[in-house]
Write a protein that binds this ligand. Sequence first.
Ligand code: AMP
Ligand code: ZN
Length: 496
Amino acid sequence: MPLKIYNTLTREKSEFKPITADHVGMYVCGPTVYSDVHLGNCRTFISFDIIYRYLTYLGYKVRYIRNITDAGHLEGDRDEGDDKFSKIARLQQVEPMEIVQKYTLGFHHVMQLFNNLPPSIEPRATGHIAEQIEMTKQIIANGYAYEVDGTIYFDVEKYSKEKPYGILTNRKLEDLLEGTRELGGQDEKHGRLDFALWIKAKPEHLMQWPSPWGMGFPGWHIECSAMSEKYLGKQFDLHGGGMDLAATHHTNEIAQSEACYHTSPANYWMHTNMLTVNGVRMSKSAGNGFLPEELFTGDHPVLDRAYSPMTARFFMLQTHYRSTLDFSNEALQASEKGLRRLWDAYETLKKLVAGSRELAGDAELNAKCLKQLAEFDENMNDDFNTAKVLANMFELVPVINSIKDGLIKPDAIAASTVVLMQEKFKAYIEDIFGLKDELNLNDGKLSGVMELLIDIRKESKTKKDFATSDKIRNQLTAIGINLKDEKGGEMSWGVE
Ligand code: AMP
Ligand code: ZN
């Protein structure tokens, strides 16, 4: 079964056919680095990381571009308000680039904690002002943009007479106009849906560049058009981002490319659904966003306790990227258990020695295992259905555990099936899903050390040597490992 992708543009799943055989060009809108990314933003970047990893697993050579938006993103989506960077820089009395640097580094750190691979290129909008100016000039020359006192607007009404505007979200121009407020007396735009390609800067504006129209700064949408064209060409395979970007940002990217190069930029548009809290989309403005850092420390009113990066990643994998995902402590705790169970089985599986028997002792069980394994790729090929692959894995976990516990004979399944299971689990858990073992670092060495420490602590308690037993517990707590006394003198441990 070939890879099928749900394309927002056509509103259906279709077979993925790259422009150049064996190569994929993929652009994902990156963060606006004027503040920390919240967990909702991370869901989108984790989803595309898994898509990137899976395309690579299929053998494609992927050029993955994820930009950094470091200028031009205004507070309102429709050209109103201040530039987000200038505003914060002014408030904090620092250079805008200090803001950009701080949050770019923070973003990279968070991506690393979640084990997201870095993109092939991470272009910054401010490094591509010349390309944005060139594109704007071409759109004016083609007759789709106009200047009003140093600001350049895209002429949506003119464009929509020749090409459909709003095709990405299947909206008609009249409906879009209805949903937009009337032009105010002060408004210099010709049409209500027109948007800025280049914005004239007031003298006090902190980030501004010379252009043929005077000092100014770029619009947010033209940045992504110029950067995707530079690194992937006028037409490329995949463009992604969160669903909230489709209606305006991506709609305008399509219009800009069509107006400039007479091509639609991407063949497949992919949109991830939102992370919600009690059904409400997580966002800075709703005030319900919490930071990855807060998740890892448990230091936020919504959180009962801390959760690890891999627990959060696993939690996200359990839902298809196009479904909404609601955050709750119960769900995170269930994910934590699920991940542990999966990882324990994976460790057992790694140690299973495939016997020399090629014939399975239990043909039915063997066939069941092979069917589940075959479905891994089938489910991923069905629009990257990570949730279903995990369900396949959890069908196999009891088989692995039963072999370990001696409930099933080791030769019940064929040697080749065991090897295939080992290969597929490794490929999916580590390479595609990007999970790593947080508790069992270095193949269980940490578990071994912990067992030893727990033994010493038990012994010292028996001997009433509380200085030693307390020292062990306190020093472990200080480095983020919590020891818990259970019933009957047993002890368990967990990493913060
Ligand atoms: P921003 O930094 O605001 O431009 O957002 C970065 C990315 O995160 C964009 O692709 C957004 O669509 C995405 N995003 C924002 N909020 C959420 C959310 N609650 N759940 C998932 N993705 C989100
Ligand atoms: Zn973008």
